[in-house]
Design a protein around this ligand. Structure first.
Ligand code: PBG
Length: 324
């Protein structure tokens, strides 16, 4: 059966019919909005490589969270930029750390906004790696204890969900254990399960001041050339108790998003990362692309590939556009 019986254009000629047969609908409900929390007061410091994004002190974060919530964005994910960094990442699990303060402040003012926290050591370590370093090696098992402590301190501060992004083996189980022992058995874990060693994170590292001082993250994050390995990583994390699994980055990894969606029956998140954001912003600034059209196409495509949730710095702009 083919032309002239079939004319796919029949369903494209009219705007209303096009809308009726649309397969993917983006809504602000899909978004998780990443925020960078820093110390101080009244701070709203521009991140030069991520126009429109800021390092914000707790008071400013609350305002930002409030306006996101009003636009229908259901969740934020918090990243901390502590005042002090050391070899043990002590600020990561300080009950008075920046993230812990931000959680309390947001839950106080915007209680219905879901507060997710990024659980990782890189922002808190003087060397910028995601784990404990000894003789130039990033140690796996000793790092688990720190990650678990960090996740617990976020839960104690009132976080609704924790999201480990370090890629150490066994961290989901370690975090599930400590949360359960402490009565937080209802706090879900969103695992950065298939996280690639990507060059698309560099603007984030400026934003979070977390560039490794030596080497790179290829001994823990995945090789961008690998596809089957993503399934293995996701499977292990689900076995260890991950409630939501994430693929990161998103744009170059739509095959992975699609594979994960087809293979498993847990919600899939995709992280539209900093480098993806910055490229769009830069091209738009040059007048080479229509920013909002590109943003909507990108986010729709990430959802079409299989993402149930999208972490994106475009969340506020996209929600405004969708609410129009
Ligand atoms: C922390 C972390 C990173 C990102 C999220 N959590 C950076 C990294 O692994 O170096 C990247 C987010 C982005 O680029 O938007 N480990």
């Amino acid at each position: 059966m083919s032309f002239p019986i079939h004319r796919p254009r029949r369903l494209r000629l009219d705007k209303v019919i096009r809308n009726m047969v649309r397969e993917t609908h983006l809504t602000p409900d899909d978004f998780i909005y990443p925020l960078f929390v820093t110390f101080g007061k009244g701070v709203r410091k521009k991140i030069s490589s991520m126009p429109g994004c800021f390092q914000m002190s707790v008071d400013e974060i609350v305002k930002e969270a409030q306006s996101a919530f009003r636009l229908g964005i259901p969740a934020v994910i918090l990243f901390g930029i502590p005042e002090h960094k050391d070899e043990k990442g002590a600020e990561a699990y300080n009950p008075k750390g920046v993230v812990q303060k931000a959680i309390r402040a947001i839950k106080d003012k915007v209680p219905d906004l879901v507060v997710i926290t990024d659980v990782c050591m890189c922002e808190y370590m003087s060397h910028g790696h995601c784990g404990i370093v000894k003789k130039g090696q990033i140690l796996n098992d000793p790092t688990l204890e720190l990650l678990a402590k960090e996740a617990l301190s976020h839960a104690k501060a009132g976080a609704d969900m924790v999201a480990p992004s370090d890629m150490m083996d066994g961290r989901i189980l370690a975090i599930r254990d400590i949360l359960d022992i402490n009565g937080f058995e209802n706090i879900p874990i969103m695992s950065y399960a298939a996280k690639y060693a990507s060059a698309f994170y560099s603007p984030f590292r400026e934003a979070a001041e977390s560039t490794p001082s030596f080497g790179d993250r290829r001994s823990y994050q995945m090789d961008p050339a690998n596809r089957r390995e993503a399934i293995k990583e996701v499977e292990l994390d689900i076995e260890e108790g991950a409630d939501i699994v994430m693929v990161k980055p998103a744009m170059c990894y739509m095959d992975i998003i699609s594979d994960v969606k087809d293979t498993f029956d847990v919600p899939v998140a995709a992280y539209n990362v900093s480098g993806e954001y910055s490229m769009v912003k830069a091209a738009a600034k040059m007048g080479w692309i229509d920013e909002m059209k590109v943003v909507m196409e990108l986010l729709t495509s990430i959802k079409r590939a299989g993402a149930d949730l999208i972490l994106t710095y475009h969340a506020v702009d996209a929600a405004k556009k969708l609410n129009k």
